[in-house]
Design a protein around this ligand. Structure first.
Ligand code: 77H
Ligand code: MG
Length: 206
């Protein structure tokens, strides 16, 4: 995938990086990027929120990191957490190829360990937008952890990938029934397939 980016995408051009990855995943080898269909929904949410601070849980190869960072205002900050060092190494190169390294801080480690340290380590007060795309059974505990750590403010937006496939039933149950969130489901398809999937957008009400 990285070779495809370096061969087919223009340095400093995030859209060409996104296009190169999508082409590779459609033609050569499926991969678990959010993909171009759900990616357009992601783009519209990022544009609407126009966040100054973003947390991405699960960088993988940096595809959604590049999509998000390319839409951020100049002083905005995107922190992305990746557990797997091999994925992180690829993601750093993909983000650099897109010319977005100044907007992105890639942190290697587990969400459960890093979420409590966000304030002290990165001087973050609260996140305007959180994109959940990591272990599906970590969406709920990490959301509760972000609440407890005071990382969400009235109006913070959570956008969760894969709420249908692979599925995050406990997270959906919680977020859709909690009086502290207003949720909306965006029906779509699993990246590069015809299988149903979707994004759940939730506003924290404080
Ligand atoms: N706690 C913590 N902190 C930080 C972390 N960084 C990474 N991880 C571990 C995350 C490992 C990858 C997560 N993503 C997925 O598993 C995923 C899977 C599919 C999929 C697969 C096969 C199918 F047949 C159908 C659908 C599609 C998607 O869009 C997915 O996002 C972390 N964990
Ligand atoms: Mg995903």
């Amino acid at each position: 995938m990285l070779a495809a980016v370096q061969k087919n995408a223009t340095r400093g051009d995030p859209r060409s990086v996104v296009k190169a990855i999508d082409q590779f995943c459609r033609q050569k080898e499926w991969a678990m990027n959010v993909g171009d269909e759900k990616g357009c929904i992601l783009d519209s949410v990022v544009t609407e929120v126009n966040p100054a601070t973003v947390l991405e849980l699960g960088t993988y190869c940096g595809y959604s990191t590049v999509r998000i960072a390319s839409l951020l205002p100049s002083n905005a900050k995107l922190i992305t957490l990746e557990f797997n060092p091999d994925y992180a190494a690829i993601a750093r190169q993909v983000i650099a190829w897109a010319g977005l390294e100044d907007k992105v801080q890639l942190v290697e480690g587990a969400s459960g360990d890093w979420i409590p340290k966000m304030k002290e380590k990165f001087g973050i007060e609260t996140f305007d937008l959180v994109f959940l795309d990591h272990w599906k059974d970590r969406y709920l505990p990490d959301t509760k952890l972000m609440e407890e750590c005071g990382l969400l403010r009235k109006g913070s937006i959570l956008l969760a990938d894969n709420v249908i496939c692979p599925g995050t039933p406990d997270y959906l149950e919680y977020i859709r029934n909690s009086p502290r969130y207003k949720s909306q489901y965006f029906k779509s398809h699993l990246e590069y397939t015809k299988v149903e999937d979707g994004l759940e957008k939730s506003v924290f009400l404080g």
